[in-house]
Design a protein around this ligand. Structure first.
Ligand code: NAD
Length: 503
């Protein structure tokens, strides 16, 4: 089937008047569509309609809508008890319970009622659109239209095509989402679609670091906030609920036939089994209302050194040189610079304070044949006083163990010492986010711009995976993945073919 399909001005039926369905009805009606709202539970559609009336009253009070607009929008939404009352709809959006059989039964009912050429969109977050289309009279008319919660505020809509979805059906829904003020992104129906797949390492790498006791939750959260994320993985999963986050992780893991890349963590399973579900139960990683404990203070020591050389080139090396110059100025001298070296960091009287390239400090120390090595995390955001993980080689002299952190403090960071894990925190996590996005693109789930838009709009990432890659390098990301693979083995840290082909 080919051609174009225009749903502008088409009557819409939204089935399921829960949290998502009510929001979808709101955005469609605000964009001028006539909307029927139906729910299997008697009275649910009417009560969602009444609640939307209260929402509009608040929007009028805030000056976001005029009273006339609010009244007209509400009047465009009709709660209906019988689905048959929506026979004129050309677009149906399903937001009912997340189970295959009730959804399939509803789609058959809708295609019988609305005719085979109506478009049926499902808001499923985890079920294959291809599987849902199985057995429908017109499987090519089913498409995913995955809104994010809260619908009225979240800009992203994943437009999900199953194997049989007609391209013009996906395009028509894409255009509706854009007309409703959203940013739609095309996605192929694969486990987790775009956002719920690419986001897995954000949680998984922190859980892996917690499992090996590399650092406590508040340190990991602080390091990732410093990399630009609004919330660290521990505070975020405490907010989402560990039951919900664990269920998504398990469903993606199972859907990928137990690929080690997506393996769930016993750390999170313990929280779920113990009922420590996060904020909603008063305790998850943190206790509430207190929240995360305070971070350890930044280490301080006098900057005694005979010779300081800033090695490497690029923005991070330049920032280090500027910070070292400022730190040493009160003593009346400054650092030397060697822009030709193949590593970035400071050489301080023979000791090495190095930007992570993935290698643990102990490996760098072994390869150099000198014990006084410390590695620090990649600063994705260069901002004074922000948290930065570092690790010191186990055999380093006690003096260097103290001074490495103090130097990072003087260079403008809040250094947080952790165990000597490859890629530390931010470099490891962001390398794995890039790797997962690269695999998604390699496998045709979405394109690079789609992955970037989806992660920024669906989960508020400060940058898209391919934007991070543009500010780093394929070789740099591959080096971190290589060290993770060397340390942990197994398939989890295998590099995406997309990255390998660009090396
Ligand atoms: P919800 O429980 O708030 O609402 C579901 C509604 O569907 C209920 O009112 C229920 O009575 C009704 N319902 C159940 N079976 C029905 C049927 N056979 N026919 C008509 N109505 C029926 O759920 P929700 O959070 O709004 O989720 C709805 C869908 O959206 C699910 O597929 C979910 O996976 C998906 N989704 C949810 C979120 C989220 O954050 N809540 C985000 C994206 C997608």
């Amino acid at each position: 089937m080919s051609g174009t399909l225009n749903l502008a001005g088409a009557p819409v039926v939204v089935v399921g008047a829960g949290i998502m369905g009510a929001g979808i009805a709101q955005v469609a009606a605000q964009a001028g569509h006539r909307v029927f709202l139906h729910d299997a539970r008697a009275g649910a559609a009417a009560s969602a309609h009444a609640k939307l009336g209260e929402t509009f009253t608040t929007l009028v009070a805030k000056g976001k809508l005029t009273a006339d607009e609010a009244a007209a929008t509400l009047a465009r939404i009709t709660p209906i008890n019988q689905l048959e009352e929506a026979a004129s709809a050309r677009l149906a959006i399903e937001a009912i319970v997340e189970q295959v059989e009730p959804k399939r039964a509803l789609f058959v009912q809708l295609q019988t009622l609305l005719g085979p050429d109506a478009v049926i969109a499902t808001n499923t977050s985890s079920i294959s659109v291809t599987a849902l289309a199985q057995g429908l009279p017109a499987p090519e008319r089913l498409v995913g239209m995955h809104f994010f919660n809260p619908v009225a505020l979240m800009k992203l809509v994943e437009v999900v095509s199953g194997l049989r979805t007609a391209p013009e059906v996906a395009q028509a829904v894409f255009e509706r989402a854009a007309a409703w003020g959203k940013t739609p992104v095309h996605a192929a129906s694969t486990p987790g679609f775009i956002v719920n797949r690419i986001a897995r390492p954000y949680y998984a790498e922190t859980l892996a670091l917690l499992l090996e006791r590399a650092a406590p939750p508040e340190v990991l959260d602080a390091c990732l906030r410093a990399a630009g994320f609004r919330m660290g993985p521990c505070e975020l999963t405490d907010l989402i609920g560990h039951d919900t986050n664990f269920a998504v992780t398990r469903s993606v893991y199972e859907a990928f036939f137990y690929d080690a890349r997506f393996v769930p963590s016993p750390v999170q399973r313990d929280l779920v089994d113990g009922g420590l579900l996060g904020r909603k139960t008063g305790r998850g990683f943190y206790c509430y209302p207190e929240g995360a404990p305070a971070l350890p203070p930044a280490p301080e020591a006098a900057l005694v050194a005979g010779e300081v050389i800033v090695h490497g080139s690029g923005p991070i090396a330049d920032a280090l040189a500027a910070a070292a110059t400022a730190a040493l100025a009160p003593q009346g001298w400054g650092p030397a610079r060697d822009q030709t070296s193949d590593w970035i960091g400071l050489r301080i009287d023979g000791a090495r304070l190095q930007l992570t390239d993935g290698r643990p400090a102990r490996t760098v120390a072994q390869q150099l044949g000198t014990p006084d090595v410390a590695v620090f995390d990649r600063p994705f955001v260069l901002k004074d006083g922000s948290a930065l993980a570092y690790a010191v080689a186990p055999g380093a002299n006690p003096d260097w163990q103290l001074r490495a952190g103090a130097w990072l403090t003087r260079l403008g960071h809040h250094p947080l010492r952790m165990e000597d894990a490859p890629g530390l925190v931010a470099a490891r996590t962001i390398a794995m986010l890039i790797n997962e996005a690269a695999d998604a693109v390699q496998q045709g789930v979405c394109d690079e711009a789609g992955a970037d838009a989806a992660m920024k709009l669906g989960v508020n990432y400060p940058a898209g995976p391919f934007e991070w890659l543009a500010g780093w390098s394929v070789a740099g990301v591959l080096a971190v993945l290589h060290e993770l693979d060397a340390c942990y083995g197994g398939a989890r840290y295998r590099a995406s073919p997309w990255l390998q082909r660009r090396a």
